[in-house]
Design a protein around this ligand. Sequence first.
Ligand code: GDP
Ligand code: CA
Length: 310
Amino acid sequence: MKVIVLSGGVGGARFLRGVVEAVDPAGVTAVVNVGDDLEALGLSVSPDLDSVVYALADLSDEERGWGRADETWNALASVEALGGDAWFRLGDRDLGLHLVRTQALRAGQPLSAVTARLTAALGLEPTILPATDDRLRTFLDTPNGSFDFQQWFVARRHRDPVDRVRFEGASDARPAPGVLEALHEADLVLIAPSNPYVSIAPILAVERIRSALERRRVPCVAVSPLIGGKAVKGPAATMLNRLEGGTSAVQVTQRYLPLIDALVIDEADARDADGIAELGVRPIVTKTLMRDAASRRALAETALDAVALA
Ligand code: GDP
Ligand code: CA
């Protein structure tokens, strides 16, 4: 079975670990958000791609939720002691990846090629693609000003309420090589339980990805990032409340209309099922907290079963 998964960082990475346990990993393609990418200390950092790569390579720190396990912070401590910019946390092991990527990008290699080289070096079977090789950056308009994603999320700890999310560069961004092909060949499209506004929307902002999804002939199933109307982590519920008028799975559904055929929601949100069905989307109720390998796999299997919707 060939599956394509649209993914952000942590929530997407956890889900992808379940997916590659449930189906042949060689048939899995992750299309990953690049709207959060940044230059930190002169290095090109792709936080969501890295979360996915580290998770699938079993290198991620499960407790911290981002970055690498068994990490140390000597380089950053030295940066700080020398008066450098240390607001974006980069561990020593993590830095190694950013060095390799930055050098390759400066030599003119596209991000997709660099990512392919990194995943090959790590022996990963699934295909991991950035949504685009072109520059696409997420900006948040708030009552306190306009911020790029990392300023808003990390430096200001996403405390500013968001009035609008913008994706600079999106109108000229082309899908990375392989994205449209994978969409065309997929038996099923999955949208990971990632933040709809700042993880999935930047992928869909690439016009040719969105239009290919609209024309697809296979089911598209999203997994809700909410449990009991709350995000497991991060600003998804706050954003849904302000921008969509509520924090239930119904608002998640609205956010993804008309692209999805089904939405997997948590048992704690079962009361939203009727409202989802009224929007013409099939609700699938299950346990969605990915606390360990078994729960990740069970959630992935439930979403994958929707291939029978076709
Ligand atoms: P980021 O790019 O690192 O912020 O990660 P994502 O956008 O991929 O994932 C963040 C979202 O994942 C948040 O909205 C969380 O609510 C959601 N999330 C994290 N863990 C879980 C989980 O175990 N179950 C579900 N349903 N959602 C989760
Ligand atoms: Ca992210």
